[in-house]
Design a protein around this ligand. Structure first.
Ligand code: DC
Length: 223
């Protein structure tokens, strides 16, 4: 039996700042599973392109970068080559740049193999936009995590301030709405719930409650 059929995957897709990262990370920890933050791979590719002076519209050059991305995830830290880019990669400008290169089909294709390689024993929790629709269509449990633009802007505002980045509510609402539109409208792997995905709205619930609901759904799905 192939490795892909053996190790279970839980996919958690949804718009930016829906709480996916926090929730997916906690679900993975609770189950002792690996965790894939696929957005980080798009962010790392965008950061790498900017650092190397490659235009974000140069599909072939950005795809080449993505294919050979020298990234490592070690104890909650993200490295590009030898450099710790954990904070740099979370900056709002890099998120916007990531969303721009994510519309390029060659870039998405270049990142497939790397994403699939995260599926290891005893299982994987993968968060992103197309985890349930494209990368792991056979996932045992698919979640679409969402929240209102206001709730998401509020969360992102707090995250940025905590990390010492400048933040402005009006700009955040505008950025989030534009990014949602770009992520949802693209022809290649648009942001949309996978068939059979459980839609979980976190506008009014805490991360703990979302984690609990996902663990219950997974327990039922894997019976
Ligand atoms: O989840 P995030 O905000 O870190 O993702 C950054 C951008 O990367 C997001 O705007 C769209 C893109 N992305 C994607 O297209 N597909 C994924 N699986 C993950 C992220």
């Amino acid at each position: 039996m192939s490795r892909d059929l053996v190790y279970p995957v839980i996919t958690i897709d949804g718009p930016t700042a829906s709480g996916k990262g926090t929730v997916a990370h906690r679900v993975a920890k609770n189950l002792g599973f690996h965790y894939l933050d696929s957005g980080a791979l798009y962010r790392l590719t965008a950061l790498s392109a900017i650092e190397q002076g490659i235009a974000l519209t140069d599909e072939a050059a950005v795809a080449d970068l993505a294919r050979a991305l020298p990234c490592r995830f070690v104890k909650g830290h993200v490295y590009l080559g030898q450099i710790d880019v954990t904070d740099a990669v979370r900056a709002e400008a890099i998120g916007v740049a990531a969303s721009k290169i994510a519309v390029l089909p060659a870039v998405r294709k270049a990142l497939v193999e790397l994403q699939v390689s995260f599926r290891q024993a005893p299982g994987l929790v993968a968060d992103g936009r197309d985890m349930g629709t494209v990368i792991f269509p056979d996932a045992v449990q698919k979640i679409f995590l969402t929240a209102s633009v206001a709730a998401r802007a509020n969360r992102r505002y707090k995250q940025l301030i905590e990390k010492g980045f400048p933040a402005n509510m009006e700009d955040l609402v505008k950025d989030l709405s534009e990014r949602d539109a770009r992520d949802s409208a693209r022809t290649e792997a648009p942001l949309k719930p996978a068939p059979g995905a459980y839609i979980l709205d976190t506008s009014e619930i805490t991360a703990e409650e979302a984690v609990y609901q996902i663990l219950v759904l997974y327990a039922m799905a894997s019976k």
